[in-house]
Design a protein around this ligand. Structure first.
Ligand code: GLU
Length: 434
């Protein structure tokens, strides 16, 4: 297995925390691997009437705290290993924000940019034909992820409803508003991340109105992060990038204009008045806040030492390798770990699911207020472990999440002994709830 294998990285992260918490080996074994993995193939009729077969996956990692939850990615480099890592991170993500859901993830090996709209729709419906018996509002709830969006979720929920014979909108989140989507889901991942930056800056004494920011990746999470950063704090967005290149201007970039430029040209590169910059160069810029919002394994032992940012807010899943983590911790860089930083998306997905089940739809202000409360509490739960145990923020986030999942497994009777501190944690959780 190569050094950068995402699943291996996720296991390394867990092993570190299992040791720290003194997890018994049965709990550790269960948490180290998915409960269920599905590997299937989707035949799709292409526009030229030929047929093509696509490889697809759905992983249900752990459902001890509730139905598994997680996005479906359409990506040419998709692998089972990546999906397993992402499903593990979803488990920790839902636990760290304390929502009653487990972790899952799905994916199709394809390049959606090379598919026509009709081919994309048939592939999306084909995915549901492959998994409809395995998913459902009470067992596994997909959502959008890399290269999937609300339009695709609309096709998927429609296919599911046709197959089960009734409307079950709660089976998928991130849907269009007209068919049970939630207000505030679109920018939720970025908004949640911005809230964690706000909380981190409070503790670290950083003035965000004067901070310089760089955003790697300009998809849903990255573009909204750039726009919301300005809206929340002012500050100066100096660099942005996407898979095709980047733009840098030390005087600042207007995030909304960059987005318009990307919509016209297909990339943030070549923005008027900005210098061309590569993805790698962006990571090493002299900025206060770095927001990786693209793919896994961007910050590695090769470049971690060159990072100058004071805060790394990981809006992407898995952008930092464990080797890089150690370097960053020694350098004193404050990392807001992925499954905390980007938990806003699944938090509003959870709100969407609740609204679907209760048929009671909330206004935007309610969604924003509830999201802020969840993210602030999650950040502070993690920060408390970070200060009390003198560990890095990622390990602290794992401590919070793993203890919650382990406790659920114990309370369900899946394992006998969980952690040494189990009683204390249980008392604390009960105190908080009642
Ligand atoms: N794909 C998003 C994530 O990685 C959202 C998942 C969801 O809403 O279920 O967190």
């Amino acid at each position: 297995m190569e050094e950068k294998d995402a699943y291996e990285n996720s296991q390394k992260q867990l092993d570190k925390v299992a040791k720290l918490l003194g997890l018994d080996s049965c709990t550790h074994q269960l948490l180290r691997q998915p409960m269920r993995e599905f590997h299937f193939h989707i035949p799709v009729r292409m526009d030229d009437c030929s047929f093509k077969v696509f490889e697809a996956y759905r992983v249900q990692y752990n459902d001890s705290r509730g139905p598994t939850k997680g996005g479906i990615r359409f990506h040419p480099d998709e692998t089972l290993s990546t999906i397993k890592a992402l499903a593990a991170w979803m488990t920790w993500k839902c636990a760290v924000v304390d929502i009653p859901l487990g972790g899952g993830k799905g994916g199709v090996v394809c390049d959606p940019r090379k598919l026509s709209e009709g081919e994309l729709e048939r592939l999306s419906r084909g995915y549901i034909e492959g998994v409809w018996k395995l998913i459902g509002p009470e067992c596994d709830i997909p959502a959008p992820d890399v290269y999937t969006n609300s339009k695709i979720m609309g096709w998927m929920v429609d296919e599911y409803n046709k197959l089960v014979g009734h409307n079950a909108f709660g089976v998928i989140t991130g849907k269009p508003l007209s068919i049970g989507g939630s207000l505030g889901r679109g920018d939720a991942t970025a908004r949640g991340g911005i809230i964690t930056i706000r909380e981190a800056a409070k503790h670290l004494g950083i003035d965000l109105t004067k901070a310089k920011v760089a955003v790697q990746g300009f998809g849903n999470a990255g573009s909204f992060a750039a726009i919301l950063y300005n809206e929340f704090f002012g500050g100066k967005l100096v660099a942005v990038s996407d898979s095709k290149g980047g733009s840098y201007n030390s005087e600042g970039l207007d995030a909304k204009k960059v987005l318009e430029h990307k919509e016209k040209t297909g990339s943030v590169a070549g923005f008027k008045g900005a210098k061309e910059i590569s993805n790698q160069e962006l990571l090493e810029l002299d900025v206060d806040i770095l927001i990786p919002s693209a793919m896994e394994n961007q910050i590695t032992d090769k470049n971690a030492d060159k990072i100058k940012a004071k805060i790394i807010a990981e809006l992407a899943n898995g952008p930092t390798t464990p080797e890089a983590d150690n370097i960053l911790f020694k350098k004193g860089v404050f990392v807001i770990p992925d499954f905390l930083c980007n938990a806003g998306g699944v938090t509003v997905s959870y709100f969407e699911w609740v609204q679907n089940i209760t048929r009671d739809y909330w206004d935007l202000e309610t969604v924003h207020k509830k999201l802020d409360k969840k993210m602030t509490k999650a950040f502070n739960d993690v920060f408390n472990e970070y200060t009390a145990r003198k560990i890095d923020m990622r390990t602290a986030a794992y401590v919070v999440a793993v203890q919650r999942v382990a406790l659920a497994m114990k309370d369900r009777g899946w394992v006998m002994h969980v952690v040494d501190e189990e009683k204390a944690i249980k008392d604390k959780l009960n105190e908080e709830r009642y």
